[in-house]
Write a protein that binds this ligand. Structure first.
Ligand code: ADP
Length: 187
């Protein structure tokens, strides 16, 4: 599940995971859990997250590798917010070749810029996420454009890209995603 910060990835990932009865693996959530538990990983990741930068690939890759090795991911899984760099794409290819999984679909949620700023400002008020200040949000948008947007073309070329209009009510967007994914052959 891909999309710029505030596109609704996390919200939709949970519905999709429930629908297909697979775990939703959110790198952002795992990082935040580690930050609040004060683990070594959390302490390291926090520096980058607070600045709106990506956590270095080696750290993120290792974390995802460990997570998809868990038995609940055996039947399949949904990744929310990973891969986010070209190096992570390669790493994921290697990981799933090893576990015997296949990437069936890459969903990208599209939302217009004004809507995103509004949503993030609202989320900041509700959840108080440290990386939802205006300055950091702007940085996260820049980093997404530079490092993650190029991945859209990679998955388009592999013919597994599904572009979903992320505007409108949450349940409308969910329906669009289900309709698109329900016809994708599952590996
Ligand atoms: P959003 O999609 O709104 O930016 P996330 O909750 O997905 O928020 O991620 C929050 C932060 O966690 C990111 O800004 C980044 O610092 C870190 N992060 C999450 N996923 C990755 C990843 N795949 N690679 C590097 N950093 C990541």
């Amino acid at each position: 599940m891909m999309g710029p910060p505030g596109a609704g990835k996390g919200t939709q990932a949970k519905f999709v995971a429930e629908h297909f009865k697979i775990p939703a693996i959110s790198t952002g959530d795992i990082f935040r859990a580690n930050v609040s538990e004060g683990t070594e990983l959390g302490i390291e990741a926090k520096r980058y997250m607070d600045a709106g930068d990506y956590v270095p690939d080696e750290i993120t890759n290792k974390m995802v590798r460990n997570r998809i090795d868990e038995p609940d991911a055996d039947p399949g899984f949904l990744l929310d917010g990973y891969p986010r760099t070209l190096a992570q794409v390669e790493e994921l290819d290697g990981m799933i070749k090893f576990t015997g999984h296949q990437l069936d679909a890459a969903v990208v949620l599209t939302v217009d810029a004004d809507e995103i700023v509004q949503r993030l400002v609202q989320r900041a008020a509700l959840e108080g996420r440290a990386d939802d200040t205006e300055e950091v949000v702007r940085r996260r948008q820049e980093v997404y454009a530079e490092q993650t947007e190029p991945l859209i073309d990679v998955y388009r070329q592999r013919e597994i890209l599904i572009e979903i209009d992320g505007m409108g009510a949450v349940d409308e967007v969910t329906k669009r995603i289900f309709d698109a994914l329900d016809v994708v052959p599952q590996s």
